[in-house]
Design a binder for this molecule. Structure first.
Ligand SMILES: N[C@@H](CCC(=O)N[C@@H](CS)C(=O)NCC(=O)O)C(=O)O
Length: 353
């Protein structure tokens, strides 16, 4: 649990909202429901969420039988007025970049829906507002075929409408409910959530100066995220070089020093007296970067150890304890909890293997 009077305040606001049946409750359910690695939660989903679950989970997990069920549900649903979420996000799953949006959504009562599949399966999806697994005809037509650029290899399948909404062609890809507006870059998707939500929680500050200071942290995170992404992708592809490693180490050190300093001498949050987008972004970027420790053997071939082996808790004590405290909060734990548990076993396996 977080400490400090402001947090207590913030928590009680949220509970009040939820007690009134606020849609924030649905965010949590929906986010859980759409975790492709946890199909058990199907039972918890309400009737109107089933189509999304069928798409995100069913086809992968249960094959043709569920595909039939999915079609039945989709047909019956098309006869009703669809229950539109405030924002739709398409991505590979799980994806720490999306957690920026899901955490923010839980904290300010926005209803988002998430479509996607694990990274290796997303190359067999049609990337679109109505994203779905590809059919043989989609593949054969050649109409949607594009060269992958970042994080994927070979071919991807994207509609023209997707590329119009998302000119950089990347995921996570968010859309307005009618699909007309595409929002890209995970920080901007998180900003969209907060602009759609309840401003009284102060997630984006309550005055132009505070909001701009929050932006400063988000921009700084993007500089770090660039080197972090190059490093993580090269680790996964086993193409990491000493130069990439050194750049990532430098970027990590610089970002973490700034965050640590922002929390000095004993501030509870990075920007204001309550949680903001700067805190959410930091937690997600740190979690994403920490995945490097799962690639110990790829690093050993360079004769180096994971960058996070060099005791971040000693070098950046405020930043690391901030991460831990926020991860324990329910709005963060919903995403970070399962990730950190699974990560512990992956790191153990990579150390012994
Ligand atoms: N900085 C972006 C990163 C997005 C990104 O680079 N996505 C990659 C996957 S890691 C992608 O969609 N690549 C599509 C392609 O290769 O065409 C964010 O935070 O959203």
């Amino acid at each position: 649990m977080l400490v400090g009077a402001d947090v207590v305040n913030f928590d009680s606001h949220r509970k009040e909202e939820l007690a009134e049946g606020h849609i924030g409750e649905r965010v949590t359910k929906r986010a859980y429901a759409l975790r492709v690695d946890n199909p058990v939660v199907l039972a918890e989903v309400t009737e109107r969420h089933r189509e999304s679950v069928g798409r995100a989970v069913g086809l992968r997990s249960f094959g043709v039988l569920v595909a039939g069920l999915w079609n039945m549900i989709a047909c019956s649903r098309s006869m009703e007025e669809p229950d539109m979420a405030d924002l739709r996000i398409f991505s590979y799953l799980p994806n720490p970049r999306i957690w920026k949006a899901t955490i923010a959504a839980r904290l300010c009562g926005v209803d988002i829906e998430i479509f996607g599949a694990p990274p290796r399966e997303l190359k067999d999806w049609l990337w679109d507002f109505d994203a779905r697994p590809l059919t043989q005809a989609d593949k054969a037509s050649g109409e949607y075929t594009r060269e992958a650029r970042t994080g994927f290899a070979g071919r991807l399948y994207k509609t023209d409408a997707f590329l119009e909404a998302h000119p950089f062609g990347t995921v996570p890809a968010a859309f307005s409910p009618d699909g007309a507006v595409g929002i890209f870059e995970s920080n901007s998707i998180m900003r969209a959530v907060v602009r759609l939500g309840h401003s009284e929680f102060g997630l984006y500050g309550n005055d132009p100066y505070t909001a701009s200071r929050i932006d400063s942290f988000l921009d700084a995170s993007l500089v770090f995220a660039r080197d972090s992404q190059v490093y993580l992708l090269s680790l996964a592809a086993k193409t990491v070089t000493r130069e990439i490693y050194d750049r990532a180490a430098q970027a990590f050190s610089s970002y973490m020093s700034g965050i640590d300093k922002s929390l000095a001498p004993n501030r509870v949050f990075i920007v204001s007296d309550r949680v903001t987008l700067a805190d959410i972004c930091f937690v997600c970027e740190y979690a994403l970067f920490s995945r490097e420790a799962e690639r110990r053997s790829a690093l050993a071939t360079l004769g180096v150890a994971p960058i996070t082996d060099d005791s971040p808790a000693t070098r950046f004590p405020r930043a690391t304890s901030h991460f831990e405290r926020l991860c324990a909060h329910e709005a963060f734990a919903a995403d970070l909890g399962p990730f950190l548990t699974a990560q512990r076993s992956r790191i153990e396996a990579s150390a012994s293997g």
